[in-house]
Ligand binder design. Structure first.
Ligand SMILES: [Fe+2]
Length: 504
């Protein structure tokens, strides 16, 4: 009896311990946000790389930039970069890598290094190695940008940086496609576009040592990544809340060839203490705020990347004339494509009222844009070729034509002859939403329910994560939407449109 009582007591004690333990764990649990805030939780030191080398655009067509980041506190040794322009050739050294400090709260003080690989042979794959204290610590290969006339491949996806299983699977498919470059249609990292989020849920997934559906891809070390800024990347302007926010402006190095926002425009506004604003400005340099819009050429394509955030007023005349001029200047290119985060046209219930970027549609049409890639809406959608006229009143500088939440009504004319297979020359612009790169999917109940779509929507896939893979030649663009599992979900061909001088 005494023995049984003792056993019961023991059991009671064990149960009490379990209850107390679970309660303690529950009440003292760390939020995801807090966990992200703990510097060092995301990063196993590896030759002092906080971010392993990644490829960015160079200053000329036959150059590329190589960027990497180190933790300043332990960065005591000299760095160098060598590259081998073609197999069998001698290794050449770049000029000494330059660095500047990223000293924002939320991450350790980092050094962002940059070396320029120059004199590259267009379209040729070359090797490079990063050297620390005389010893190679990182080696990879990359391909110099391909010239006009040579076919190439690019992939597009958006709304990706959550760290999810699906993000990794889509990243893996992007790597499998072996693209010449990647375009991200915004919301690069969640939730607030912070440097700590890039370290946690972007760089390790797109610059992984091992490519696998459960890990990601090593693509970033060999392939250009371009990104349009999304709302999660740029909408938070209060650096007291997130001192390492707006990291888009220093993680990337895109050409500063977009329009400078007018003085006082919301795109250039920063909030927070003077010290935090200054730390951000030092990290971003001249990239803020100008780099939110830019353009670049690759092969036969002229790309225009736009900031479609709500504060970016695309009824503003100087911005509109910049875009018109940008597209007109690319009249000689076979293709003019656009990437932005907020889709002008989509059929999701989510973000249904978010229509501000429709004011851009007439400029796209006049400029002979063939395809507009967007994200924001977390699924895949393809429109029929369309032309849009904003319904009265015309949008004005005050944006009064926008309804509540940014609605912009109007009329669209659809090309119903185009089928993307036999009839491939569109009359109008095709709008693609490819925002299924990793974040939770939107409107899965609208998948395969055409009655819930606008008549401009030709295809709507919302039951699986996916990416767009595009093969470009001077005459055609072949677009395939591929699932995170590698299955083809959609395929359409676009024949080269009329030059913009002939466009309506
Ligand atoms: Fe978004």
């Amino acid at each position: 009896m005494c023995y049984l009582m003792t056993r019961k007591r023991w059991w009671r004690l064990i149960l009490l311990g379990i209850v107390l333990g679970v309660s303690y764990a529950w009440f003292s649990r760390t939020s995801i946000e807090d966990w992200w805030n703990s510097p060092g939780s995301w990063y196993p030191p590896d030759n002092n790389f906080a971010v392993k080398p990644y490829v960015q655009p160079g200053d000329s067509p036959n150059a590329l930039a190589l960027l990497w980041q180190t933790i300043e506190e332990t960065d005591h040794l000299a760095w160098a970069v060598q590259f081998q322009n073609e197999p069998g050739r001698a290794w050449a050294a770049t000029s000494a890598p330059q660095w500047h400090r990223l000293a924002v709260e939320g991450v350790p003080v980092l050094r962002l290094y940059r070396a320029t690989l120059w004199g590259l042979s267009p379209g040729v794959t070359f090797s490079y190695r990063v050297i620390r204290a005389g010893a190679p610590v990182f080696e990879a290969s990359a391909t110099a940008p391909k010239p006009a006339g040579q076919s190439h491949r690019f992939v597009v996806f958006g709304d990706c940086g959550t760290g999810s299983t699906e993000q990794r699977a889509v990243a893996y498919q992007a790597g499998r496609a072996r693209p010449d470059y990647v375009v991200i249609t915004g919301d690069v990292v969640y939730l607030r576009g912070r440097a700590s989020e890039y370290l946690d849920r972007f760089f390790p997934i797109y610059n992984a040592e091992i490519s696998s559906p459960h890990i990601g891809t090593s693509l970033l070390r060999s392939t250009l990544f371009y990104a349009a800024p999304g709302n999660h990347d740029l909408i938070e302007r209060n650096l007291d809340k997130h001192p390492d926010g707006l990291a888009f402006f220093y993680e990337w190095a895109y050409p500063l060839n977009g329009p400078e926002p007018p003085p006082g425009a919301p795109a250039g506004v920063l909030e927070g203490s003077a010290a935090r604003v200054q730390a951000f400005r030092k990290a971003a340099g001249s990239a803020f705020p100008r780099m939110a819009n830019y353009s670049f050429n690759y092969g036969d394509i002229h790309w225009t990347v736009l900031d479609g955030n709500n504060y970016a007023d695309w009824t503003e005349p100087s911005f509109r004339s910049w875009l018109e001029g940008n597209l007109a200047s690319a009249r000689g290119a076979a293709w003019r494509l656009v990437a932005l985060h907020h889709p002008p046209f989509h059929s999701s219930k989510a973000h249904a009222d978010d229509q501000r970027t429709r004011v851009l549609a007439p400029i796209f049409e006049k400029g002979g844009v063939a395809l507009v890639f967007a994200g924001h809406v977390h699924n895949y959608q393809r429109s029929r070729p369309l032309r849009f006229t904003a319904g009265p009143p015309e949008p004005n500088a005050a944006g009064k034509a926008f309804g509540p939440s940014g609605m912009l009504d109007g009329k669209w004319t659809l090309d119903k002859v185009y089928d993307g297979k036999e009839r491939i020359r569109p009359d109008g612009v095709i709008y693609v939403v490819t925002g299924a790169g990793g974040a939770r999917l939107y409107d899965t109940d609208q998948h395969d329910v055409p009655s819930s779509w606008h008549d401009f929507t030709a295809r709507f896939v919302s039951n699986i994560h996916s990416l767009s893979i595009v093969d470009a030649t001077p005459e055609t663009l072949t677009v395939r939407q591929v699932s995170a599992e590698g299955a083809e979900l959609d395929r359409f061909v676009v024949g080269r449109p009329e030059p913009p001088s002939l466009a309506r």
